[in-house]
Ligand binder design. Structure first.
Ligand code: ZN
Length: 424
């Protein structure tokens, strides 16, 4: 296994993309897309991410993702760095990923708002005295107004969460050894976004408890629904994203965090309208980024099967039928990150009459395409358990139509994601 190490500490690299793959069949297709971009002079590091939830639903083991990544890298003779991300793990689940992962996303969102001891809160506030009043962050026009009230609120919301990150990190350090893995901290799966000033103090807390965070995934403003475009105020997103970058710069120097620290965008896939904003901001400030995708590849598998026709199309239709019938149950775990207008879902009978092309065009994310239906797309996005239950009935066809499906996966990652994000 090749490791990107400098002076004993593993580094992620400036640009990286998380390419989740629920069924672990598309590693090569995903890597082909990244290598195609890298041939044009960018250097994007692939990271195969998979959460414990995805493993549970699909019935895969953490090691399967490692095997997939290694196989893809060897098959394509890829020479760069790559990682396997134990996505959204916590203290209960981390041990299962210790061996096979070298990138860990410590999910502490569920600890936000947990009360810390008064001693801890007072110590934190005392340690922030030098920042109270008007704090000028280089590059941000208006100075931040830091009051004791704000510090108390931030401590109340985030001290327990960052302490928990430290607990998971310590467990990993013991198990794997310091500097042998990438540490990401995520707080994105919550309702309220974290503002740039909150991010500043979250980073201070992580530095205080010695978590060498290399990527941080806040909850950004706006809605990040699964598999569809961003919904929200683009100007506000642009302003806050840029402020987050400047806050990170300040935090790295002020708190001594790893200098490669960058934002991780848990995109829920396909946030096309913010890609150019991200591209422009990171270029302007010479920063890196990590963009995490996952379900977009599963959707391309279904698109590929539909395009393949015959048995493939029949199975794609069966997946829709079962998704439609079980839509309420399938949507429950994703209620906060989908917006499906049920009245705009086509009936099963209607879909059963579709050609492969019509099915693919309805599902494929081409904004403005007359057949594209984001409700249909979101429903299939959350319905991968349906395909998982089909077992080899599903995966045998992935193998049978590997060329068509792989071409869809590659085109999607390259044309719709990397091109937009890296101005290719
Ligand atoms: Zn996330």
């Amino acid at each position: 296994m090749r490791k990107a190490t400098i002076m004993g500490t593993m580094k992620l690299g400036k640009y990286s993309i998380g390419i989740g793959d629920r069924f672990t069949y598309q590693g090569e297709a995903q890597l082909r897309a990244i290598m195609k971009a890298n041939e044009q002079g960018v250097n994007i590091v692939p990271v195969w991410n998979k959460s414990n939830r995805e493993h549970t639903y699909v019935g895969t083991k953490p090691v399967d993702t490692r095997v997939e990544a290694d196989k893809a890298v060897n098959a394509l003779n890829y020479q760069g760095a790559y990682f396997v991300d134990a996505d959204h793990i916590n203290l209960d689940t981390v041990r299962g990923y210790m061996e096979s992962s070298d990138y860990f996303t410590l999910d502490v969102a569920s600890f936000i708002g947990t009360v810390s001891s008064p001693e801890k809160v007072e110590a934190f506030i005392a340690s922030c005295q030098k920042y109270t009043g008007y704090l000028q962050i280089p590059g941000i026009l208006e100075p931040l107004h830091i009051t004791e009230g704000l510090l108390r609120r931030v401590a109340g919301n985030f001290l327990a969460a960052t302490d928990h990150a430290a607990e998971i990190y310590t467990c990993l350090k013991r198990g794997k050894g310091e500097g042998t893995f990438i540490t990401e901290v995520s707080m994105d799966e919550v309702e309220s976004p974290q503002t740039p000033v909150e991010l500043l103090f979250i980073l201070k807390m992580l530095a205080d408890c010695k978590v060498p965070v290399q990527t941080i995934a806040p909850k950004f403003t706006g809605r990040f629904n699964k598999g569809v475009d961003y919904v929200g105020d683009l100007d506000q997103f642009a302003r806050e994203f840029e402020e987050d970058l400047l806050v990170i710069d300040f935090a790295v120097k002020e708190f001594g965090l790893p200098k490669e620290l960058k934002l991780s965008i848990h995109s829920g896939s396909d946030k096309f309208s913010i890609y150019p904003i991200i591209a422009q901001a990171i270029e302007k400030h010479g920063k890196g980024t990590h963009l995490k995708t996952a379900g977009t590849t599963w959707l391309e598998e279904v698109i590929g099967l539909a395009v393949a026709g015959s048995e493939g199309l029949a199975l794609a239709k069966k997946i829709y039928e079962r998704s439609f019938t079980r839509r309420e149950e399938l949507c429950v775990p994703y209620a906060d990150v989908i917006d499906i207008d049920v009245s705009k879902l086509p009936s099963v009978a209607e879909v059963n009459g579709w050609s492969g092309e019509k099915f693919a065009n309805t599902l494929r994310h081409i904004p403005g395409h007359p057949d594209y239906n984001p409700n249909f797309r979101q429903l299939i996005h959350v319905a991968y358990a349906v395909a998982a239950e089909m077992g080899s009935e599903y995966t045998d066809l992935l193998l049978k139509y590997a060329d068509v499906v792989g071409a869809c996966v590659e085109e999607n990652i390259y044309d719709r994601h990397l091109k937009r994000l890296f101005n290719l």
